[in-house]
Write a new protein. Structure first.
Length: 350
């Protein structure tokens, strides 16, 4: 549909509810972790991935087929969301889906930093944002991280990346660049959203605040664990409700205190089970997976408060992303020879 006309949340929410009901559940994941890539592809063919598996099956096989089908289905799903929405709802969904522009920028930067092959970087892109295929192809073909930053001049990420590039060169870690991308994305996302009155706009603003709070917590912990001489407060994303920059920098060095701070906050009651997982996490990856589970849980709870707002749509976006990441982790894990139990630990299932 389009950004013109009146919003149509009832229609979109009904369509999204049907899509959400079709997402893989815990029982299906238990089956998938015991399948090889070929079996996984056949299983996907009997699900909502049928179109992509059939269309791509003559060109790819195994993990490659799964990867391409996942990315194509994700882009198609979010195109559908935009085609259903009108007016203000369309604008909010479109702004939120720019997260895939941010994802693609970070994917390219990470690939260049790691010296990955051009084809491998391109395969990991999710073409569901607003960047054109031409721009994405030019980013993938760039010969350095600096060239990527130069190509993004004039986009919503350009100024932030230019400002962060010196810190990246000095520190030798990617956090300054990745955080610059996140900050630019969230600054744009908050434009025009009301935060008072207790209506749908307020609920959406509170959800975005939660997403930023969890992102800040993750980034601060990453910086603290990296060993780089970088102050986490310098990479604080404005817009959250739980931490200020100095407090977050201090809490990042003590996971127990960070979890306790979240438990005492407005998120505590809704996230009790997820916070228990955070306390038990033994690694940074475990901590990050638990944070993601907490955000998924919070988005679903917020969507129930105002079902006729954009929040149930955003909650579906997050759940769909997680399904794709789970299937990808299963396929890659099986290809790498991991056991079902090891793969299960990589999944986030709610």
């Amino acid at each position: 549909m389009s950004a013109t006309g009146s919003s149509n949340p009832e229609y979109v929410t009904a369509r999204v509810s049907a899509r959400r009901a079709a997402l893989f559940d815990e029982e299906e994941y238990r089956k998938l972790v015991r399948m090889g890539p070929s079996e996984t592809a056949r299983f996907m063919e009997e699900s909502n991935y049928e179109t992509e598996i059939n269309r791509l099956g003559s060109r790819f096989s195994g993990v490659d087929l799964i990867e391409y089908a996942l990315n194509a289905n994700l882009a198609s799903t979010f195109d559908d969301l935009l085609s259903w929405a009108d007016g203000r709802l369309y604008e909010q969904i479109a702004r939120y889906l720019r997260k895939f522009d941010a994802w693609n920028v970070k994917t390219v930067i990470r690939g260049k930093y790691a010296g990955a092959e051009t084809e491998a970087i391109g395969d990991d892109l999710i073409r569901a944002g607003e960047f054109s295929d031409e721009l994405l192809d030019r980013l993938v073909a760039a010969d350095s991280t600096e060239a990527v930053v130069e190509l993004l001049e004039g986009t919503q990420f350009g100024d932030a990346l230019e400002d962060a590039y010196d810190d990246f060169e000095e520190s030798g870690v990617l956090v300054p660049l990745e955080n610059a991308v996140d900050r630019a994305y969230y600054e744009n996302l908050f434009e025009g959203i009301g935060e008072s009155g207790g209506g749908p706009e307020s609920v959406y603003a509170e959800f975005l605040q939660a997403e930023i709070d969890f992102r800040n917590a993750r980034n601060a912990l990453r910086l603290a664990r990296s060993g780089a001489e970088v102050d986490p407060a310098e990479y604080y994303i404005e817009g959250g409700a739980l931490f200020d920059a100095d407090e977050l920098a201090a809490l990042s060095r003590n996971t127990d205190e960070l979890v306790a701070r979240v438990r005492e906050s407005r998120y505590g009651d809704d996230l009790s089970a997820s916070l228990d997982e955070l306390e038990e996490a033994e690694s940074l990856m475990g901590f990050e997976r638990a944070l993601e589970a907490a955000l998924l849980d919070y988005s679903r709870s917020a969507g129930h408060i105002f079902p006729q707002s954009v929040v149930p749509v955003i909650a579906f976006v997050l759940a769909k992303e997680r399904e794709v990441e789970n299937i990808r982790a299963i396929a890659r894990g099986r290809e790498a020879g991991l056991s079902p139990e090891e793969i299960q630990e990589e999944l986030v299932v709610l």
